[in-house]
Design a protein around this ligand. Structure first.
Ligand SMILES: *Cc1c(COP(=O)(O)O)cnc(C)c1O
Length: 419
């Protein structure tokens, strides 16, 4: 088993001298390698593109690295579209996979000529009014019920707010064809953080069969089959990573069996909208031990808190922790590693066996490259941290400064506090 990649203590010391902890650190090398491995796995499909889910790591420097690797972006809000535009993405390089979409966001996405992924049948009329219908459009499919692989329930699409029902797909595409839409995409996202090599292939079969049915029913031409996000990463060191090459091969098998013989459209592209898979393992939240407390439990207080990384507090998610410089020391101390929020769920780890921690030690909290910084918030008036890029040559660069109190107060007017 491969250990988890961890930044070197001496690198962190150098960064901390300029950019104080806490900060999120991202590996450029890791990002490029993962983007390439993913693209390699799907290179059998000539139109393949990864539309990186911006919400995972919304930073222009990160998006630009992925752009250099040939990725597009998947946006779902106005500011994500604006960021994509500023980085230089346009047209078919942008998917707009939103839901409960405000009118101005459809209008903005249409101006960028992004590929619109409709979430609901009522959005056909709504988009027609706000931005207008494009020549080609994608529809999000929600098959309902449970999503099962083998005999395990992997997700519950029936409880998910997203997408068209199967019957609505037929009706929606029929209406869109009447209104002059020429080509269609089909999209589905049925479960999150799936480390099962059969997640994508199983979903791909469902998506591919549905597209073939719709082609036969309506004569609809397809340009895109969008497998969306959801491929997972091993947050725990004992978990097995997804074999992305094998996943790509299995999706290819499904494509050749179901899509290729059916002739549902010229040069149908298979695309993905992965976030976590691409950037998750390429980031760490670097924080320092600042307090030690012995009461009913043994606590280590660090200078980061759930406002910098919400997943443990929100989902009870496991994030591996390395005490830098003590990689080979025995894990013979049982700690709760906690932040400073006035919330008892502000714990990065509970009953975690770690080497003895001294005040000032640096802790690397792993796998924060996706849905880490971006889920941050300002509860308790806590400020968002900096983001730092570790370049391929080993040098570093701040790619987002830390918030200051002035940022926190920027939307308030203290000169007018009378009601
Ligand atoms: C969040 C999201 C993704 C990315 O999900 P990951 O779990 O990070 O792969 C992709 N597509 C859509 C529409 C999403 O909402």
């Amino acid at each position: 088993m491969m250990g988890k990649a961890v930044p070197l203590l001496e690198t962190i010391r150098k960064i901390d001298a300029e950019i104080p902890t806490p900060f999120h650190l991202y590996s450029e090398k890791g990002l490029r390698e993962r983007a390439r491995a993913l693209q390699g796995a799907f290179s059998w499909n000539t139109g393949y593109k990864e539309y990186f889910a911006v919400k995972a790591t919304p930073n222009p420097v990160i998006l630009n690295i992925l752009r250099q690797e040939g990725c597009g972006v998947d946006c779902s809000s106005l500011t994500e579209l604006m960021m994509a535009e500023r980085v230089g993405f346009s047209g078919d390089e942008i998917m707009f996979s939103s839901n409960e979409t405000p009118a101005e966001e459809f209008e903005y996405a249409r101006r960028l000529n992004a590929i619109i992924n409709l979430d609901d049948i009522t959005h056909i009329g709504f988009l027609e009014k706000h931005g207008g219908l494009p020549e080609k459009i994608c529809l999000r499919f929600n098959p309902g019920g449970d999503f099962i692989i083998g005999n395990a329930v992997m997700g519950r699409p029936g409880d998910a707010k997203f997408g068209f029902t199967r019957a609505q797909l037929t009706e929606g595409i029929r209406r869109l064809m009447e209104k002059g839409v020429k080509r269609f995409g089909l999209h589905s996202f049925l479960a999150s953080n799936m480390t099962d090599n059969d997640y994508y292939p199983t979903m791909a079969r469902l998506l591919f069969r549905t597209a073939v049915e719709l082609h036969r029913e309506l004569g609809a031409e397809f340009f895109m089959l969008n497998l969306s996000g959801g491929v997972g990463i091993p947050y725990r060191p004992e978990e097995t990573p997804v074999d992305i090459a094998l996943v790509g091969e299995r999706v290819r098998g499904a494509f050749e069996e179901i899509v290729a013989p059916a002739g549902i459209g010229k040069d149908v592209r298979v695309v993905t909208e992965l976030g976590r898979y691409v950037s998750g393992p390429c980031g760490w939240l670097i924080t320092r031990a600042v307090h030690e407390k012995n009461t009913h439990k043994h606590y280590i207080g660090v200078d980061a808190c759930a406002a910098n990384l919400m997943r443990p507090a929100m989902y009870g998610a496991y994030h591996h922790i390395t005490v830098l410089g003590k990689e080979n020391a025995p894990c013979d101390h049982r700690y709760d590693v906690v932040g400073s929020l006035c919330e008892n769920n502000d714990k990065f780890a509970v009953d975690r066996m770690l080497p003895e921690i001294e005040m000032g030690d640096y802790l690397a909290i792993h796998d924060t490259g996706a849905h880490g910084f971006s889920m941050g918030y300002n509860y308790n008036g806590r400020l968002r941290s900096a983001e730092v890029l570790l370049r391929e040559d080993g040098s570093f660069r701040q790619i987002r400064r830390a918030e200051t109190p002035a940022d926190y107060f920027a939307t308030l007017d203290f000169d007018r506090i009378e009601p």
